[in-house]
Ligand binder design. Structure first.
Ligand SMILES: [Zn+2]
Length: 375
């Protein structure tokens, strides 16, 4: 019996060796190990529409009817004659830097609309789709604080020895610890209106905690963006995570509140934040020239003056999203044409941007966005 087991053991090891070898060779052929990107910072703008990303401010929404308090001031600030001028005015970093040196997906006028796979068109299903790599319409159909059963890409990376303890999520919305199943995934997760926790808080983090305590609570489940922007910049400098997700939420909140002016201001500030994060990364030796910035949203919104505020299964157009990538390995193709990406491709894109293969661990997850890399 014992001899038979030994024989079987030899068979198994020979068999598994022959299985493993071609995979290893294939990974090298794919060039993953030759890429420069070692780290990733992934930022989402909750419910920010492709219409403003590609076209800047929508003229008919700069109106009292869309909640704009000072129509003349918003026109002066964000209205320009052409779509190119408007989008550069609203989102200067994305259009002057990311679009020139990286790639942007989701422009329907270039035959490149980007879509959700889930049919719910709201946040938990959207974030689960982007982090787990597939839609689960039956299993994930509410924003309730239910721990996600599916493995997400941040959790997967945190399980790899070279990323362990170096994966973090900092977000305005307090449902992220459930979407990312923080107790199971073990990643650092700071979300919602609670203070920053830790026994190694910096002076700046202590000041941020005072500000969190002193700041009016606009939404009980969602912190204002500025505090999360500051918290994530500080965490980046303190812990130098290799994988950092930053979830901003004000674009969605002000849209629901029918305040097109504040929706535009929030997007403009988020763009300035992207620029400041990028500059910070380039000033730190751990990140300089080896870090990719990935940007996306979790769902679209309606298209008319009545329903631009909303999203969900019944809102036409809320299934359209966008995504952008920028970094040392991303080909400078600008606005991508003739492609049809889905939000579910984000998970394996995050992984491949740091040299890992998420679909090998999570076979249901969609493949990475195509054509990102220099060959
Ligand atoms: Zn929403």
């Amino acid at each position: 019996m014992k001899r038979l087991l030994v024989f079987f053991g030899v068979l198994v090891s020979v068999f598994s060796f022959s299985l493993v070898m071609p995979l290893t060779v294939r990974a090298d052929d794919d060039g993953i190990s030759h890429r420069r990107s070692r780290n990733i910072v992934y930022v989402t703008l909750d419910g920010f529409r492709w219409q403003e990303l590609f076209g800047g401010a929508t003229e008919s929404f700069i109106a009292k009817d869309a909640g704009v308090a000072d129509v003349a001031a918003v026109k002066a600030k964000y209205w320009r004659e052409t779509a190119e001028e408007r989008r550069e005015t609203l989102l200067p970093f994305i259009w002057k830097t990311v679009a020139k040196q990286g790639q942007i997906f989701g422009d329907p006028s270039q035959n490149a609309a980007a879509k959700l796979e889930n049919t719910h068109k709201f946040s938990y299903p959207g974030y689960s789709e982007m982090f787990c790599g597939f839609a689960d319409d039956e299993g994930i159909k509410s924003n309730s604080k239910i721990p996600n059963q599916h493995v997400n890409v941040l959790e997967y990376l945190n399980q790899q020895p070279k990323f362990q303890g170096s994966v973090a999520a900092i977000a305005t919305w307090d449902v992220f610890p459930f979407i990312l199943n923080q107790p199971r995934s073990g990643i650092y997760c700071h979300a919602g209106i609670t203070p920053i926790i830790g026994d190694d808080l910096t002076d700046r983090e202590r000041l941020l905690n005072d500000l969190i305590a002193d700041t009016v609570v606009l939404w009980p489940d969602n912190q204002i963006d500025s505090l999360v922007m500051q918290a994530s910049r500080e965490y980046l400098q303190k812990k130098k995570p290799r994988v950092l997700f930053i979830g901003l939420g004000e674009t969605d909140e002000w849209a629901h509140a029918r305040r097109y002016d504040r929706y535009l201001y929030s997007a403009h500030r988020a763009d300035a934040f992207l620029a400041s994060i990028w500059n910070l990364l380039q000033s730190l030796p751990e990140y300089k020239e080896n870090t990719t910035l990935l940007i996306a949203c979790d769902h679209g919104r309606g298209t008319t003056i009545r329903d631009w505020t909303d999203h969900g299964a019944k809102v036409d157009g809320a299934e359209f999203v966008w995504m952008a990538a920028f970094g040392p390995d991303v080909k400078p193709l600008g606005v991508r044409r003739d492609v049809s990406p889905t939000l579910s491709q984000i998970a394996s894109t995050i992984a491949i941007l740091v040299g890992e293969d998420f679909p090998s661990a999570s076979p249901k997850s969609a493949k990475p966005l195509g054509g990102l890399f220099h060959e």
